[in-house]
Design a protein around this ligand. Structure first.
Ligand SMILES: Cc1ncc(COP(=O)(O)O)c(C=O)c1O
Length: 409
């Protein structure tokens, strides 16, 4: 299903999808509070747009409001909605190992929204189906979990509890989880929303989700598991055989992936995936003017973002994506070999392209010059390098020359 297409096949599929939309040009669309992009500002220049499916979609401006994997959704933009459904199926089934047609999902604005969407769904489930009170529900995740989880706890009025991590793996371990749950139980927490990380923001560390599952099940506590693969979703499944954080694990109910990180899509392109039967807990029936109402956090959103991810996935195909990640793994291995040879302290999960260097190994000036990101801008303990497409060996060599005076590659 996830087969590489050539540029003209991609163009043809997208223009066909745009034709299937009830566009604002040439059709009687009188009631939508929107139109194509303002032609005085964004010229509909055919010489440019006829060969540019992404820009054409931007200009046509389809709205992807709602969730299009559910039975009913807006009919106006059905053509491009169908391509978004393909994106969701590729991500859920081909990358995250779900069975055919078992997942819903949508292209969210980013990792923050997708994480909030998951936590919102589970909070509502605990409140409405289990009779929980807000103060009995906690999100639990490693201390290196992205701050969007703290944001979700604040917005949704539930607890956020950090689990201390193992200093060797930067991931959760059994004792940290047991201590955390014991403390939370004493404080009256009965319902747990687990956020397990497939590559944390700062360290690229990966949590063993089964440690949470075992600890919570053995105490007969209610829990749901969300995987934050905002960074790792387009990397880790290609660099490792570990399926614990995918839909192959029956305990995983939802996953966040971000196409605007490793997949190099334009910003505004997160991917939210969830097993069928769960979106309904975020269903806003008051959205009565939207066909199928709305089960997403965001409301209106640009169809161009979905088209961008679809184009990227189709340009590479499954094998092309494996090759892309293989190259980044090799570059990261090379960097780590150099650091090892010169006894520079750093952390790297072996299946990740994030290398996080102890701040004592370099000056703040070098970190700034090379655009390394600190864990804390006021008092950095760590600086990270993310080996992305634009980070080549030649760039890494220049950096190594600065931190290791005797460096020769
Ligand atoms: C692991 C993880 N989760 C969530 C997010 C939030 O993503 P966004 O900035 O797209 O909202 C990030 C961003 O860096 C991240 O690394």
């Amino acid at each position: 299903m996830w087969k590489k297409l050539n540029q003209s096949q991609i163009r043809e599929r997208i223009f066909e999808a745009l034709r299937k939309n009830r566009g604002f040009r040439g059709e009687n669309v009188l009631g939508l509070p929107a139109s194509y992009l303002d032609t005085k500002v964004f010229s509909p220049d055919h010489a440019l747009l006829d060969n540019a499916p992404f820009l054409s979609t931007m200009v046509e401006n389809p709205n992807h409001i709602g969730c299009h994997t559910l039975e009913q959704s807006e009919a106006y933009f059905e053509g491009t909605h169908a391509l978004e459904r393909e994106v969701i199926r590729i991500c859920a089934e081909q990358i995250m190992g779900a069975e055919e047609d078992t997942c819903d999902g949508y292209v969210a604005s980013g990792g923050t929204e997708a994480n909030l969407q998951a936590i919102w769904i589970y909070r509502n489930y605990f409140l409405n189906e289990c009779g929980a009170k807000h103060e009995e529900i906690a999100i639990i995740g490693s201390e290196h979990t992205h701050y969007s989880t703290a944001k979700a706890a604040n917005v949704l009025n539930i607890r956020w509890a950090k689990v201390e991590t193992d200093k060797n793996t930067m991931a959760v371990n059994k004792s940290g989880i047991e201590d955390s749950i014991t403390g939370l139980e004493k404080e009256g927490i009965r319902y747990f929303i687990v956020v397990a990380n497939m590559m944390t923001t700062m360290f690229g560390s990966v949590d063993d989700v089964n440690l949470y599952v075992d600890a919570l099940s053995s105490r007969n506590l209610e829990f749901k598991v969300h995987v934050d693969a905002a960074f790792g979703g387009f990397y880790y499944p290609f660099s490792s055989d570990d399926t614990r954080l995918t839909f192959q694990n029956p305990h995983v109910t939802s996953i966040t992936m971000d196409a605007h990180k490793m997949a190099q899509a334009p910003y505004g392109t997160g991917v939210f995936l969830i097993r069928k039967g769960w979106m309904q807990h975020a269903h806003t029936k008051e959205a009565s003017y939207v066909e199928g109402q709305d089960s997403t956090l965001i409301g209106s959103r640009s169809g161009a973002n979905s088209i961008a991810v679809w184009m990227i996935l189709m340009t590479y195909g499954k094998f092309g994506w494996h090759e892309k990640i293989f190259v980044l793994q090799k570059r990261t291995d090379w960097l780590c070999e150099q650091l090892d040879q010169h006894q520079i302290r750093y952390f790297r999960n072996p299946n990740s392209n994030i290398v996080t260097i102890d701040s004592s190994e370099l000056s703040a000036e070098i970190a700034t010059n090379f655009g390394l990101v600190p864990d804390n801008h006021n008092a950095p303990d760590w600086y990270k390098i993310v080996v992305m497409e634009h980070v080549e060996i030649e760039h890494l060599e220049l950096f190594l020359n600065q931190i290791i005076p005797e460096f020769v590659s």
